[in-house]
Write a protein that binds this ligand. Sequence first.
Ligand code: PGA
Length: 249
Amino acid sequence: MKVLYAKESDQLSRWAADRFVEQLKKNPKSILGLATGSTPKKMYEYLGEDTRAGKVSFSQAKSYNLDEYVGLASDHPASYHYFMQEQLFSKVDFPEGANTLPNGVAEDLDKEALTYDRKIQEEGELDILILGIGSNAHIGFNEPNNVFEALTHVVELDESTRQDNSRFFEKIEDVPTHAISMGMRAIMQAKEVLLMAFGENKAEAIRDLVKGKVDPQVPASILQLHPNATILIDEGAASLLSEEDRESL
Ligand code: PGA
């Protein structure tokens, strides 16, 4: 696991966007793993600019997202379907039908989760996957737990996660209590993983991920076992690490 530091988060977003551009140049039919949240927004903005400038094309690529809230339809402004449409899909040239997210309003949610997992397995592996990290060290919505859940599953969200994400809703009661999350198998099978963390409220999670032991109570710590994972941290997120723990970008 490589830990890359830059003072400004925009430098890290640019670096991560460049990795996606390189991947798509190497294999235009890449299978991309995508995340929502505040962290990847700038990277998506860069990918939109690069597409407009003709530097990259998504016209043969496909994508799978990490997660979706249970109970929010795709046209709900706080749904991850909506977020992805706004932040990336409308800004780049994916073909119709190339983007898949779990369906949070499926009648049978467990079945939906397993079907989603199977779809990813049928693709082979994700070629490159972008991750954020929760202040509780979740990746996707794999919350601290006694085990690492292998498959896509329905998860009850931690109170801390609902609190962190309440900024996207009018009030805390509106934050869904459950989500469908990609499991650890698809995450660990991705050929390349980039995890970005910005700001001091991620510092503890980053310290535990980088310095702690592999522990399902620190879900992101599983990335210590990934053969090609890069952790991208800005000044705030790096604030509980020492300089030897990281390389400068
Ligand atoms: P954030 O969320 O990018 O909005 O901080 C990250 C996450 O919860 O995984």
